[in-house]
Ligand binder design. Structure first.
Ligand code: GLN
Length: 484
């Protein structure tokens, strides 16, 4: 039952040689083989690479040169380029793309000896909140296979929730780590913009995209954040800010920590049972010595409209490179250049991606730029300013991660606006560039409920600390889907 252990326990066990990395990796590969046909969490399983990494980890450990995490299995979202391995970004456009280099995040995982089990399913080009926009089919939520796992990093979330991997990477442009973490009972971290390199992470909306992690606890996330965070000269938006020891401060007391509760996050659209769970979480924090304060983030209601101008605008520019020549699928027998562009893009992209490209192209076109794009950028500043003001009064902001629990597959596919509203509490964090964590906070009708904690720039260590303290006093994060 190796999969029931936490990543931290696995690291200790490997150090004590209670079992080998090869046994550990084989165990997870077997679980993927037995359970993934139902969940569809993986697009590619990298069995041979995982086993050879494990073998090397075992040899290094014998020689006394292994990194603490060497041989620990990890699932990588298929948005990160992996050298020699198919990297699809959930799109037919990249169905046959073998990346010629590793993303920095992948390179750092490899350097520590983490064993990549495979590449996880995702919404096409990370556009979505349910993982139903993947060319490779939807992912199912291990808590109820008739429901979505959330998106866009749905494959990574389902893989960790079903214990097909102890940890997984994700990316979060508007909520794609925190929302699936909430729907699958995981701890999901979206770091500060610039904390983890974007080099080799396929771009959706570059000023919002941020890589991060899914795990079973803050303690596990701290270990992997340690090796992945930090400046990268290959990413011009990577920030040269010291990387603290994330595990060291997990046990700090919360006495005197000020937590703000934004009134805008508890309005009519919120499932009352989720509100109840968040109020219970607030009581836990009060017991742990935190001071709770009501606050306001007055421009919260503008985050979705601003995001759905800025993100499509940036994606329309980023995705212009998939033209059948420089990158991506090329149509058969084009009659001329224009035909090649048109048909390659028409065949290569799915309908949500096309919708975003059209919205973005429109918003950026001459005559509309000032009315839409510029306006949205101004709103973005107001949203950031709301947080700056709030952080003068409080250290962290607590609220629900999502307005509701996991919805049924197909329930929102014909209603993009209702799908977009799944990210109502997460999107403003990306617009402001801040770090945030979603962590398990209870259940509503047997479905997981997530709480979101938002911190100021580069407060990851403290965020992990306040989640870890919560997890020392609650056991929501230890609950597992039936059959695991
Ligand atoms: N659901 C949002 C979108 O569709 C956010 C996606 C993400 O964070 N990658 O754009």
């Amino acid at each position: 039952m190796l999969h029931l252990k936490t990543l931290s326990e696995m690291a200790d066990d490997l150090a004590e040689k209670r079992y080998s990395a090869t046994e550990l990796v084989t165990h997870f590969l077997n679980r993927i083989q037995n359970h993934d046909s139902e969940l569809n969490a993986f697009i590619t399983v990298t069995k041979e690479q995982a086993l050879s990494t494990a073998k090397k980890a075992d040899q290094d450990r014998m020689a006394g040169t292994a990194h603490k995490l060497a041989g620990i299995p990890i699932a990588q979202k298929d948005i990160f380029c992996t050298k020699g391995i198919k990297t699809t970004c959930g799109s037919f456009m990249l169905d046959n793309f073998i990346a010629p280099y590793d993303a920095t995040l992948i390179e750092r995982c490899n350097q520590a000896g983490l064993a990549t089990l495979g590449k996880t399913n995702m919404d096409e080009f990370a556009m979505g909140s349910s993982n139903e926009n993947s060319y490779y089919g939807p992912v199912r939520n291990p808590w109820d296979v008739t429901r979505v796992p959330g998106g866009s990093s749905g494959g990574s979330a389902a893989a960790v929730a079903a214990r097909l991997a102890p940890i997984a990477t994700g990316t979060d442009t508007g909520g794609s780590i925190r929302q699936p973490a909430a729907l699958c009972n995981l701890t999901g971290l979206k770091p500060t913009y610039g904390r983890i390199s974007r080099y080799g992470m396929i771009a959706y909306a570059s000023s919002l995209d941020q890589g991060g992690l899914f795990g079973l606890s803050a303690e596990d996330l701290a270990l992997v954040l340690q090796i992945t965070a930090g400046f990268d000269e290959k990413d011009s938006t990577s920030v040269d800010h010291a990387v603290p020891d994330y595990s060291k401060t997990l046990h700090d007391s919360l006495q005197g920590v000020r937590i703000g509760i934004p009134k805008e996050y508890f309005t009519a659209g919120l499932n009352p049972q989720i509100a109840h769970c968040i109020h219970e979480a607030i009581k836990v924090y009060e017991k742990l010595g935190a001071t709770i304060k009501d606050i306001s983030l007055p421009h919260s209601d503008l985050s979705i409209p601003a995001y759905y101008v800025i993100a499509p605008a940036e994606c329309s520019s980023n995705l212009s490179r998939y033209d059948g020549i420089r990158y991506g699928h090329r149509c058969e027998n084009p009659v001329d250049l224009s035909d090649l562009y048109r048909r390659s893009r028409a065949e290569g992209f799915g309908s949500e991606v096309k919708r975003r490209i059209m919205i973005g192209t429109y918003a950026l076109s001459a005559g509309y730029y000032d009315a839409y794009y510029l306006k949205a950028q101004q709103i973005r500043q107001l949203i950031r300013q709301d947080f700056v003001e709030a952080f003068k009064e409080v250290d962290f902001i607590l609220g629900p991660t999502t307005p509701d629990t996991a919805f049924k597959l197909g329930e929102k596919t014909n209603d993009p606006i209702s799908m977009y509203l799944s990210d109502i509490y997460t999107i403003s964090v990306n617009l402001a560039g801040l770090p945030a964590i979603s962590a398990p906070a209870g259940f509503s009708d047997n479905l997981p409920v997530g709480m979101q904690l938002i911190g100021s720039d580069f407060s990851e260590a403290k965020l992990l600390n306040i989640i870890h303290q919560f997890q020392q006093h609650t056991d929501w994060h230890k609950r597992m889907p039936e059959g695991v």
